[in-house]
Design a protein around this ligand. Structure first.
Ligand code: AMP
Length: 249
């Protein structure tokens, strides 16, 4: 069984985002970039499937600039077998990503595609669902548990009311939620080994996909700054402040 994992290079979740002064977007100069956290979970899950004897090969795919190679190397150091980098310096929206991934799926014929439930830079939460629609494959989104048995995937999903379990015919699409697993750190020997693993470079044109954006960003603004909190001495003072300062009671 072959597993394809989609990994996005994004601003590291620890970085305090700066908005460009002209409001045209987020300032990426000298900012630490990392693998989207949900995609680390996707890579980890694929590795666990391989360790359990379900998967034989894990292919990590990223769409982005040349530097996204580093993100693929991270996946290879964790345990993926090879990488595919679809090179572009342009921002790529979920529909274009899904179309490109469809191209990769058609070329690679995986049995399972694992994506993050969302990229934490644009928070779209769309790509997995769009890929599923484009391929006509079943999807199990927000997975907190994944079990494979007899050509079927049993996916436990985190939904508002609790947990829902769906059984999907394979090939299928799974998107990861936070509680699916805890991704491993790559060991030094594995980081060294990853340097020798193959990363194939492609372009959107190789898949015949037009990645021209369909959306126009009008303005990016920082959230309004909040006033610092205050510790009150007792309940009476709290009530007094809520009445006279906040005016909420
Ligand atoms: P989104 O729909 O943008 O929130 O992204 C959901 C998931 O799609 C991510 O967690 C990744 O697994 C995948 N994805 C999105 N953009 C890319 C990209 N540029 N390269 C590879 N995978 C991506």
């Amino acid at each position: 069984m072959k597993v394809l994992v989609a990994i996005k290079r994004i601003v590291d979740f620890n970085v305090k985002i700066r908005v460009k002064t002209d409001g045209s977007g987020v300032d990426l100069t000298n900012v630490k970039m990392s693998m989207n956290p949900f995609d680390e979970i996707a890579v980890e899950e694929a590795i666990r499937l391989k360790e359990a004897g379900h998967a034989q090969e894990i292919v990590a795919v990223s769409i982005g600039p040349q530097k996204a190679q580093e993100t693929i190397r991270t996946a290879l150091a964790m345990g993926a077998d090879r990488g595919i980098l679809i090179l572009t310096d342009d921002a790529v929206e979920p529909l274009a990503v899904a179309k490109l991934l469809k191209g990769v799926v058609e070329a690679e014929s995986p049995d399972l595609v694992i994506l993050g439930k969302q990229a934490i830079d644009d928070d779209c939460n769309q790509t997995g669902q769009m890929l599923s629609a484009l391929l006509g494959w079943p999807q199990g989104t927000f997975a907190s548990k994944l079990e494979l048995d007899n050509g079927k995937a049993r996916v436990t999903r985190e939904v508002d009311g609790g947990l829902q379990t769906v059984i999907l015919n394979m090939p299928c699409i799974v998107t990861t939620d936070l509680r699916l697993n805890e991704p491993r750190y790559a060991s030094l020997p594995n980081i060294m080994k990853a340097k020798k693993k193959q990363i194939e470079e492609k372009t959107p044109g190789d898949y015949g996909v037009d990645i021209t954006p369909r959306l126009k960003i009008l303005k990016t603004t920082e959230p309004a700054s909040r006033k610092a909190g205050e510790i009150v001495a007792n309940a009476a003072e709290l009530v007094e402040k809520l009445t006279n300062e906040a005016g909420v009671i």
